[in-house]
Design a binder for this molecule. Structure first.
Ligand code: HOC
Length: 387
């Protein structure tokens, strides 16, 4: 029951029991041995807090701005593909919950609902951003970007960490049986649906995307441009030098390159590199991956993030309980974050500072057991020839 949901992990448990196996495999899978996927959350465990006391924390304000838009919390619903695998109404479920709780939503290129359906479901003052997979046919991308701007998107987030699809083997073991996965897959002539949902939708993405393309994007849109999928401080610096307004440090939820670092681990060094180069002003750094607790949000803000993206937990809340579930999860994040702020002795987002966290052990990786390949293999399909 929804009132038995006490944290973001609870929704994952319920989602696992209600989702069809192919949907669960697609949403929950990470690349290869899923080390990066698990490390994303584990890395937060290596950061400790330094609470200050004897501060008047009667009134705590968790609201802030991201790319100039107001939000009730420094977090947003990040782009995740194929929402209808989890709920019949797809991404508009997330839109409605975001509207009710003043939260920004990033609309995925690979949504199950059409882009316009998602924008139409939003309220008049609701902020939405666009996540873009750059198409091999640039005219398609140009048309989409211009349309998105005309529909009021407040930011363009170009995904850079997926020139090729990572191997999500749990997903690949599932035959992708949906008739109508999404518009882009439908129009592609080269889609191979025999190796999981991800492979079915990935065939149009342009691996030639590079830094020089930023100038072209700047020529076709006035939206702030941010690069999503930055995995080193060097590339964050390059994004600033090429004129982007920000970056999202992200390893794609551990779904692309296994052993890519978690974003929280490289956040402090990224902020330092930007500062060293004098590029930290008017440049917003976001992170995603592994954020599951209000304290995770706090740690990211303390280390310099303007906000954090959260993906799978919202998919799980949506799959388990629809709009009500996503709102409930947002309420839990609100309560947890507010409590952490109060117990840390801060009342405003701008007062959350690096000295409030201890990152001395941030590099002490504990590599969790890799995924259990023996448990995942399907022996019926793997019978030796002749059986
Ligand atoms: C190379 C194409 O973001 C996912 C989605 C879709 C990925 C397409 C990548 O499954 O992670």
């Amino acid at each position: 029951r929804i009132d038995e949901m006490y944290n973001s992990f609870d929704f994952e448990t319920v989602a696992k029991s209600v989702l069809k196996p192919d949907a669960w495999a697609y949403y929950s899978s990470g690349a290869d041995d899923e080390i990066s996927m698990r490390e994303n959350h584990n890395a937060f465990h290596r950061i400790w807090l330094r609470p200050r006391v004897m501060v008047n924390v009667k009134n705590v304000d968790t609201s802030t701005t991201m790319l100039g838009s107001r939000t009730s919390l420094p977090l947003y619903i990040t782009a995740t593909a194929l929402g209808k695998l989890g709920h019949a109404e797809g991404e508009v479920v997330l839109t409605k919950a975001a509207k009710n709780r003043d939260i920004i939503q990033m609309i995925p290129t690979l949504a199950s609902c059409s882009f316009d359906e998602i924008v139409d479901a939003a309220g008049p003052d609701q902020t939405q951003w666009l996540q873009l997979y750059v198409n091999g046919n640039r005219e398609v991308s140009e048309k989409f970007v211009r349309h998105a701007e005309s529909r009021g998107m407040k930011g363009l987030f170009i995904t850079a960490d997926a020139p090729q699809l990572g191997r999500r083997e749990k997903d690949m073991r599932q035959k992708y049986s949906q008739e109508d996965p999404d518009e882009i897959a439908r129009t592609s002539t080269t889609v191979n649906r025999d190796e999981g949902a991800a492979r079915a939708i990935s065939s149009f993405i342009d691996p030639s995307l590079c830094w020089d393309d930023v100038a072209w994007f700047k020529s076709i849109t006035k939206m702030p441009i941010l690069i999503k999928g930055i995995q080193t401080p060097e590339d964050a610096v390059l994004a600033a030098k090429y004129g982007c307004q920000g970056v999202v440090l992200s390893n794609h939820g551990g779904r692309q390159l296994d052993f890519a670092p978690s974003s929280i681990e490289i956040l402090a060094e990224t902020m330092e590199a930007l500062k060293r180069e004098g590029l930290d002003k008017n440049f917003e750094v976001y992170i995603d991956g592994g954020v599951r607790r209000g304290s995770d949000v706090f740690k990211a803000i303390a280390l310099g993030a303007k906000g954090v993206g959260i993906g799978r937990p919202f998919l799980y809340a949506m799959s388990a309980y629809g709009v009500e579930g996503v709102e409930k999860l947002l309420e839990l994040f609100q309560n947890e974050f507010e409590m952490v702020m109060r117990l840390m002795g801060v009342t405003r987002i701008e007062d959350i500072k690096p000295e409030m966290v201890d990152i001395r052990n941030i590099k002490d990786h504990f590599v969790a057991n890799p995924v259990d390949h023996l448990a995942n293999a399907s022996y019926e399909r793997m019978q030796p020839r002749g059986n």
